[in-house]
Design a protein around this ligand. Structure first.
Ligand code: SAM
Length: 369
Protein backbone atom coordinates (compact mmCIF):
# COMPACT_ATOMS: atom_id res chain seq x y z
CA UNK A 1 0.00 0.00 0.00
CA UNK A 2 1.44 3.42 -0.88
CA UNK A 3 1.04 6.46 1.32
CA UNK A 4 -1.69 7.85 -0.90
CA UNK A 5 -3.75 4.67 -0.59
CA UNK A 6 -3.93 5.10 3.15
CA UNK A 7 -7.50 6.10 3.88
CA UNK A 8 -8.10 8.82 6.41
CA UNK A 9 -10.97 8.12 8.80
CA UNK A 10 -14.32 9.81 8.20
CA UNK A 11 -14.91 13.27 9.60
CA UNK A 12 -17.97 14.16 11.64
CA UNK A 13 -19.31 16.73 14.07
CA UNK A 14 -19.41 16.26 17.86
CA UNK A 15 -19.23 12.67 19.05
CA UNK A 16 -19.31 11.43 15.46
CA UNK A 17 -15.59 12.27 15.34
CA UNK A 18 -13.69 9.65 17.34
CA UNK A 19 -10.36 10.14 19.13
CA UNK A 20 -8.83 7.62 16.75
CA UNK A 21 -9.92 9.74 13.80
CA UNK A 22 -8.67 12.92 15.48
CA UNK A 23 -5.24 11.32 15.96
CA UNK A 24 -5.06 10.13 12.35
CA UNK A 25 -5.92 13.61 11.06
CA UNK A 26 -3.39 15.20 13.44
CA UNK A 27 -0.67 12.96 12.00
CA UNK A 28 -1.56 13.77 8.38
CA UNK A 29 0.76 16.38 6.88
CA UNK A 30 -0.13 16.27 3.21
CA UNK A 31 -1.78 19.58 2.32
CA UNK A 32 -3.96 18.05 -0.40
CA UNK A 33 -5.17 15.23 1.84
CA UNK A 34 -6.04 17.76 4.56
CA UNK A 35 -8.47 19.61 2.28
CA UNK A 36 -11.53 17.62 3.49
CA UNK A 37 -10.66 18.59 7.09
CA UNK A 38 -10.52 22.30 6.24
CA UNK A 39 -13.81 22.04 4.34
CA UNK A 40 -15.58 20.20 7.16
CA UNK A 41 -14.35 22.64 9.82
CA UNK A 42 -15.32 25.66 7.74
CA UNK A 43 -18.75 24.19 7.09
CA UNK A 44 -19.30 23.43 10.80
CA UNK A 45 -18.15 26.96 11.67
CA UNK A 46 -20.61 28.44 9.16
CA UNK A 47 -23.52 26.27 10.33
CA UNK A 48 -23.02 26.60 14.08
CA UNK A 49 -21.59 30.09 14.62
CA UNK A 50 -22.16 31.81 11.28
CA UNK A 51 -20.10 34.15 9.13
CA UNK A 52 -19.79 36.93 11.70
CA UNK A 53 -16.34 37.28 13.24
CA UNK A 54 -16.43 38.68 16.75
CA UNK A 55 -13.72 41.19 17.54
CA UNK A 56 -12.51 41.33 21.14
CA UNK A 57 -10.25 44.27 21.96
CA UNK A 58 -7.23 43.20 24.01
CA UNK A 59 -5.68 45.30 26.77
CA UNK A 60 -2.50 43.84 28.25
CA UNK A 61 -2.92 45.51 31.61
CA UNK A 62 0.22 44.33 33.46
CA UNK A 63 3.35 42.34 32.72
CA UNK A 64 4.22 41.68 36.36
CA UNK A 65 4.06 37.95 37.08
CA UNK A 66 4.74 35.79 40.12
CA UNK A 67 5.00 32.59 38.10
CA UNK A 68 7.95 30.90 36.47
CA UNK A 69 6.26 29.31 33.42
CA UNK A 70 9.22 28.07 31.41
CA UNK A 71 7.66 29.07 28.06
CA UNK A 72 6.63 32.65 28.77
CA UNK A 73 8.70 35.79 28.19
CA UNK A 74 7.04 37.72 31.04
CA UNK A 75 7.80 35.00 33.64
CA UNK A 76 8.80 36.46 36.99
CA UNK A 77 12.44 35.32 36.82
CA UNK A 78 13.02 37.29 33.59
CA UNK A 79 14.80 40.17 35.31
CA UNK A 80 15.71 41.85 32.01
CA UNK A 81 12.13 42.92 31.43
CA UNK A 82 10.94 46.35 32.50
CA UNK A 83 7.63 45.88 34.30
CA UNK A 84 4.45 47.98 34.02
CA UNK A 85 0.93 48.03 35.34
CA UNK A 86 -1.57 50.14 33.40
CA UNK A 87 -3.42 52.78 35.41
CA UNK A 88 -7.22 52.50 35.58
CA UNK A 89 -7.66 55.52 33.30
CA UNK A 90 -5.58 53.88 30.55
CA UNK A 91 -7.61 50.65 30.78
CA UNK A 92 -10.91 52.54 30.61
CA UNK A 93 -9.54 54.44 27.61
CA UNK A 94 -8.95 51.05 25.90
CA UNK A 95 -12.58 50.19 26.58
CA UNK A 96 -13.71 53.38 24.88
CA UNK A 97 -11.42 52.66 21.95
CA UNK A 98 -13.04 49.21 21.67
CA UNK A 99 -16.44 50.90 21.53
CA UNK A 100 -15.22 53.37 18.92
CA UNK A 101 -14.05 50.49 16.72
CA UNK A 102 -17.39 48.70 17.15
CA UNK A 103 -16.01 45.78 19.21
CA UNK A 104 -18.34 44.00 21.61
CA UNK A 105 -15.79 42.92 24.22
CA UNK A 106 -12.78 44.19 26.14
CA UNK A 107 -10.33 41.48 27.19
CA UNK A 108 -7.99 42.37 30.05
CA UNK A 109 -4.95 40.12 30.15
CA UNK A 110 -1.89 40.16 32.40
CA UNK A 111 0.74 38.12 34.15
CA UNK A 112 -0.37 36.63 37.45
CA UNK A 113 0.03 39.94 39.24
CA UNK A 114 -1.18 40.34 42.82
CA UNK A 115 -0.39 44.04 42.51
CA UNK A 116 -3.69 43.98 40.58
CA UNK A 117 -5.69 44.22 43.75
CA UNK A 118 -9.07 42.57 43.94
CA UNK A 119 -11.07 45.70 44.81
CA UNK A 120 -9.14 47.93 42.44
CA UNK A 121 -9.89 45.65 39.48
CA UNK A 122 -13.51 45.22 40.58
CA UNK A 123 -13.85 49.02 40.40
CA UNK A 124 -12.30 49.11 36.93
CA UNK A 125 -14.67 46.36 35.73
CA UNK A 126 -17.69 48.10 37.28
CA UNK A 127 -16.70 51.39 35.67
CA UNK A 128 -16.37 49.83 32.20
CA UNK A 129 -19.73 48.08 32.64
CA UNK A 130 -21.33 51.39 33.72
CA UNK A 131 -19.83 53.46 30.90
CA UNK A 132 -20.12 50.99 28.01
CA UNK A 133 -22.20 48.05 26.82
CA UNK A 134 -19.05 45.95 26.38
CA UNK A 135 -18.72 42.41 27.62
CA UNK A 136 -15.67 42.17 29.88
CA UNK A 137 -13.31 39.20 29.67
CA UNK A 138 -10.53 38.62 32.18
CA UNK A 139 -7.38 36.55 31.72
CA UNK A 140 -5.34 37.20 34.83
CA UNK A 141 -4.08 33.75 35.78
CA UNK A 142 -4.79 31.48 38.74
CA UNK A 143 -6.35 33.92 41.16
CA UNK A 144 -8.09 32.73 44.35
CA UNK A 145 -11.80 31.95 44.21
CA UNK A 146 -12.64 35.10 46.23
CA UNK A 147 -11.05 37.32 43.56
CA UNK A 148 -12.88 35.52 40.76
CA UNK A 149 -16.17 35.90 42.70
CA UNK A 150 -15.55 39.62 43.39
CA UNK A 151 -14.86 40.36 39.73
CA UNK A 152 -17.89 38.39 38.61
CA UNK A 153 -20.02 40.37 41.09
CA UNK A 154 -18.53 43.59 39.65
CA UNK A 155 -19.83 42.57 36.21
CA UNK A 156 -17.05 40.59 34.52
CA UNK A 157 -18.63 38.27 31.95
CA UNK A 158 -15.90 35.88 30.87
CA UNK A 159 -12.59 34.40 32.03
CA UNK A 160 -9.87 32.73 29.99
CA UNK A 161 -7.49 30.19 31.49
CA UNK A 162 -5.73 27.77 29.16
CA UNK A 163 -4.83 24.37 30.55
CA UNK A 164 -1.92 24.55 28.03
CA UNK A 165 -1.52 20.76 27.72
CA UNK A 166 -3.46 17.82 29.17
CA UNK A 167 -0.20 15.88 29.59
CA UNK A 168 0.24 16.14 33.35
CA UNK A 169 4.00 15.51 33.27
CA UNK A 170 4.62 18.03 30.53
CA UNK A 171 2.39 20.58 32.30
CA UNK A 172 4.33 20.22 35.56
CA UNK A 173 7.56 20.74 33.62
CA UNK A 174 6.48 23.92 31.84
CA UNK A 175 4.27 25.42 34.55
CA UNK A 176 5.90 25.08 37.97
CA UNK A 177 3.67 25.36 41.04
CA UNK A 178 3.91 28.32 43.36
CA UNK A 179 5.24 27.40 46.80
CA UNK A 180 2.48 25.62 48.73
CA UNK A 181 -0.06 25.86 45.92
CA UNK A 182 -0.53 23.10 43.35
CA UNK A 183 -1.62 24.47 39.98
CA UNK A 184 -4.99 22.96 39.09
CA UNK A 185 -6.36 24.93 36.18
CA UNK A 186 -9.20 22.48 35.53
CA UNK A 187 -10.48 23.05 39.07
CA UNK A 188 -10.33 26.83 38.59
CA UNK A 189 -12.21 26.52 35.31
CA UNK A 190 -14.93 24.54 37.12
CA UNK A 191 -15.15 27.33 39.70
CA UNK A 192 -15.44 29.93 36.94
CA UNK A 193 -18.35 28.00 35.48
CA UNK A 194 -20.04 27.77 38.90
CA UNK A 195 -19.64 31.52 39.31
CA UNK A 196 -21.51 32.04 36.04
CA UNK A 197 -18.62 33.20 33.89
CA UNK A 198 -18.45 32.21 30.26
CA UNK A 199 -15.27 30.18 30.56
CA UNK A 200 -12.48 29.67 28.09
CA UNK A 201 -9.45 27.46 27.93
CA UNK A 202 -6.90 26.38 25.36
CA UNK A 203 -3.49 25.00 24.57
CA UNK A 204 -0.20 25.73 22.90
CA UNK A 205 0.73 23.53 19.94
CA UNK A 206 4.30 22.33 19.47
CA UNK A 207 5.64 22.50 23.03
CA UNK A 208 8.90 20.47 23.12
CA UNK A 209 7.89 17.00 24.34
CA UNK A 210 4.23 17.36 23.24
CA UNK A 211 3.15 14.36 21.16
CA UNK A 212 0.33 14.00 18.64
CA UNK A 213 -1.27 11.53 21.05
CA UNK A 214 -1.26 14.12 23.81
CA UNK A 215 -2.84 16.74 21.53
CA UNK A 216 -5.54 14.16 20.70
CA UNK A 217 -6.08 13.96 24.49
CA UNK A 218 -6.29 17.77 24.66
CA UNK A 219 -9.04 17.67 22.04
CA UNK A 220 -10.80 14.91 24.05
CA UNK A 221 -10.67 17.23 27.05
CA UNK A 222 -12.18 20.06 24.97
CA UNK A 223 -14.93 17.62 24.04
CA UNK A 224 -15.62 16.79 27.70
CA UNK A 225 -15.44 20.32 29.06
CA UNK A 226 -18.36 22.58 28.34
CA UNK A 227 -16.16 25.46 27.22
CA UNK A 228 -17.49 28.67 25.72
CA UNK A 229 -14.13 29.67 24.24
CA UNK A 230 -11.08 27.65 23.19
CA UNK A 231 -7.84 29.42 22.25
CA UNK A 232 -5.27 27.45 20.28
CA UNK A 233 -1.93 28.91 19.26
CA UNK A 234 1.49 27.61 18.27
CA UNK A 235 4.18 27.57 20.95
CA UNK A 236 6.63 30.34 20.03
CA UNK A 237 10.08 29.91 21.64
CA UNK A 238 11.31 32.91 23.61
CA UNK A 239 15.12 32.97 23.93
CA UNK A 240 14.98 34.42 27.46
CA UNK A 241 13.15 31.34 28.79
CA UNK A 242 14.32 27.83 29.77
CA UNK A 243 11.92 26.19 27.31
CA UNK A 244 12.98 28.56 24.53
CA UNK A 245 16.59 27.49 25.06
CA UNK A 246 15.60 23.80 25.17
CA UNK A 247 13.69 24.26 21.89
CA UNK A 248 16.74 25.84 20.29
CA UNK A 249 18.94 22.90 21.40
CA UNK A 250 16.52 20.36 19.90
CA UNK A 251 16.38 22.39 16.70
CA UNK A 252 20.17 22.66 16.47
CA UNK A 253 20.66 18.92 17.09
CA UNK A 254 17.59 17.82 15.13
CA UNK A 255 16.76 15.37 17.91
CA UNK A 256 13.06 15.91 18.51
CA UNK A 257 11.34 13.37 20.78
CA UNK A 258 9.28 10.66 19.04
CA UNK A 259 5.85 11.79 17.80
CA UNK A 260 6.72 15.47 18.53
CA UNK A 261 4.09 17.93 17.27
CA UNK A 262 5.76 20.72 15.29
CA UNK A 263 5.01 24.31 16.36
CA UNK A 264 3.88 25.15 12.84
CA UNK A 265 0.97 26.89 11.22
CA UNK A 266 -0.26 23.65 9.66
CA UNK A 267 -0.19 21.73 12.96
CA UNK A 268 -2.05 24.57 14.72
CA UNK A 269 -4.69 24.78 11.98
CA UNK A 270 -5.34 21.05 12.28
CA UNK A 271 -5.99 21.45 16.00
CA UNK A 272 -8.30 24.45 15.38
CA UNK A 273 -10.22 22.55 12.70
CA UNK A 274 -10.61 19.37 14.76
CA UNK A 275 -11.66 21.41 17.79
CA UNK A 276 -14.33 23.14 15.70
CA UNK A 277 -15.64 19.71 14.75
CA UNK A 278 -15.76 18.26 18.29
CA UNK A 279 -17.04 21.52 19.85
CA UNK A 280 -18.96 23.12 16.98
CA UNK A 281 -20.66 25.92 18.92
CA UNK A 282 -17.59 27.21 20.80
CA UNK A 283 -16.00 30.57 20.09
CA UNK A 284 -12.55 29.90 18.64
CA UNK A 285 -10.07 32.73 18.03
CA UNK A 286 -7.63 32.91 15.15
CA UNK A 287 -4.87 33.67 17.67
CA UNK A 288 -2.17 36.30 17.45
CA UNK A 289 0.46 33.56 17.80
CA UNK A 290 -1.01 31.86 14.70
CA UNK A 291 -0.88 35.12 12.77
CA UNK A 292 2.79 35.45 13.75
CA UNK A 293 4.04 31.96 12.94
CA UNK A 294 2.87 32.58 9.37
CA UNK A 295 2.50 36.31 8.81
CA UNK A 296 1.21 35.81 5.28
CA UNK A 297 -1.65 33.44 5.91
CA UNK A 298 -1.85 32.39 9.57
CA UNK A 299 -4.85 34.53 10.44
CA UNK A 300 -6.59 33.87 7.13
CA UNK A 301 -6.16 30.12 7.44
CA UNK A 302 -7.31 30.22 11.06
CA UNK A 303 -10.52 31.94 10.00
CA UNK A 304 -11.00 29.57 7.06
CA UNK A 305 -10.32 26.44 9.10
CA UNK A 306 -12.66 26.85 12.05
CA UNK A 307 -12.03 30.14 13.87
CA UNK A 308 -14.70 32.83 14.34
CA UNK A 309 -13.03 35.34 16.69
CA UNK A 310 -10.11 37.78 16.42
CA UNK A 311 -8.56 39.71 19.31
CA UNK A 312 -7.15 42.99 17.98
CA UNK A 313 -4.61 44.57 20.30
CA UNK A 314 -5.62 47.85 21.94
CA UNK A 315 -2.71 48.08 24.39
CA UNK A 316 -1.07 51.52 24.13
CA UNK A 317 2.26 51.30 22.31
CA UNK A 318 4.25 52.44 25.39
CA UNK A 319 3.28 49.18 27.13
CA UNK A 320 2.88 46.82 24.19
CA UNK A 321 6.58 46.15 23.57
CA UNK A 322 6.97 45.12 27.20
CA UNK A 323 4.26 42.46 26.98
CA UNK A 324 6.56 40.16 25.09
CA UNK A 325 5.24 36.71 26.00
CA UNK A 326 6.95 35.51 22.82
CA UNK A 327 9.40 37.35 20.57
CA UNK A 328 8.21 39.99 18.17
CA UNK A 329 4.69 39.79 19.39
CA UNK A 330 2.53 40.99 16.53
CA UNK A 331 2.43 44.57 15.50
CA UNK A 332 4.44 46.03 18.34
CA UNK A 333 4.74 49.26 16.38
CA UNK A 334 1.31 49.20 14.77
CA UNK A 335 -1.31 51.46 16.31
CA UNK A 336 -4.69 50.08 17.38
CA UNK A 337 -6.18 52.00 14.42
CA UNK A 338 -3.84 50.29 11.92
CA UNK A 339 -4.46 46.85 13.42
CA UNK A 340 -8.21 47.41 13.32
CA UNK A 341 -8.14 48.61 9.70
CA UNK A 342 -6.10 45.54 8.67
CA UNK A 343 -8.52 43.12 10.32
CA UNK A 344 -11.62 44.79 8.91
CA UNK A 345 -10.07 44.67 5.43
CA UNK A 346 -9.10 41.01 5.85
CA UNK A 347 -12.63 40.03 6.93
CA UNK A 348 -14.13 41.83 3.92
CA UNK A 349 -11.73 40.00 1.59
CA UNK A 350 -12.78 36.67 3.12
CA UNK A 351 -16.50 37.44 2.72
CA UNK A 352 -16.95 37.50 6.49
CA UNK A 353 -18.75 40.16 8.49
CA UNK A 354 -17.86 41.90 11.75
CA UNK A 355 -19.99 40.43 14.53
CA UNK A 356 -22.44 42.76 16.22
CA UNK A 357 -22.96 42.85 20.00
CA UNK A 358 -21.04 41.02 22.69
CA UNK A 359 -20.75 37.78 20.70
CA UNK A 360 -21.21 35.38 23.59
CA UNK A 361 -21.55 31.68 22.94
CA UNK A 362 -24.91 30.55 21.61
CA UNK A 363 -25.24 27.10 23.10
CA UNK A 364 -26.10 24.48 20.54
CA UNK A 365 -25.39 27.12 17.95
CA UNK A 366 -28.67 26.86 16.01
CA UNK A 367 -27.19 24.74 13.27
CA UNK A 368 -28.45 26.05 9.98
CA UNK A 369 -28.60 24.05 6.76
N1 SAM B 1 -1.17 34.93 33.09
C1 SAM B 1 -2.38 34.48 32.48
C2 SAM B 1 -2.37 32.99 32.28
O1 SAM B 1 -1.33 32.39 32.45
O2 SAM B 1 -3.41 32.46 31.94
C3 SAM B 1 -2.72 35.17 31.19
C4 SAM B 1 -1.58 35.64 30.36
S1 SAM B 1 -0.65 34.33 29.58
C5 SAM B 1 0.70 35.25 28.89
C6 SAM B 1 -1.72 33.95 28.18
C7 SAM B 1 -1.32 32.78 27.33
O3 SAM B 1 -0.18 33.10 26.57
C8 SAM B 1 -0.94 31.53 28.04
O4 SAM B 1 -2.08 30.80 28.44
C9 SAM B 1 -0.09 30.78 27.01
O5 SAM B 1 -0.83 29.78 26.33
C10 SAM B 1 0.31 31.89 26.03
N2 SAM B 1 1.76 31.98 25.90
C11 SAM B 1 2.65 32.38 26.81
N3 SAM B 1 3.91 32.24 26.34
C12 SAM B 1 3.80 31.74 25.08
C13 SAM B 1 4.74 31.36 24.09
N4 SAM B 1 6.04 31.45 24.28
N5 SAM B 1 4.26 30.89 22.91
C14 SAM B 1 2.92 30.80 22.71
N6 SAM B 1 2.00 31.12 23.62
C15 SAM B 1 2.43 31.59 24.80
Amino acid sequence: MTLDDRRLPPLGVGDALTREAVLAWLREDDEARLEPLWRAADEARRRYVGDAVHLRGLAEISNYCVRGCTYCGIRGPNRALERYRMPAEAIVACAHKALEFGYGTLVMQSGEDYGIETGWLADVVARIKAETALAVTLSLGERPDEDLAAWRAAGADRYLLRFETSDERLYRRIHPDLPGRVSDRLAIIATLQELGYEAGTGIMVGIPGQTHASVADDIELFRDMDMDMIGIGPYLPHPATPLGREFEEHRARGDWPADQVPNRELATCKVVALTRLVRPDANLPATTALSLIDRESGRTHGLQRGANVVMPNLTPLEYRAKYEIYPEKAAVHETAEAINAGIVELLASLGRTVGAGAGGRRRGGDPSP
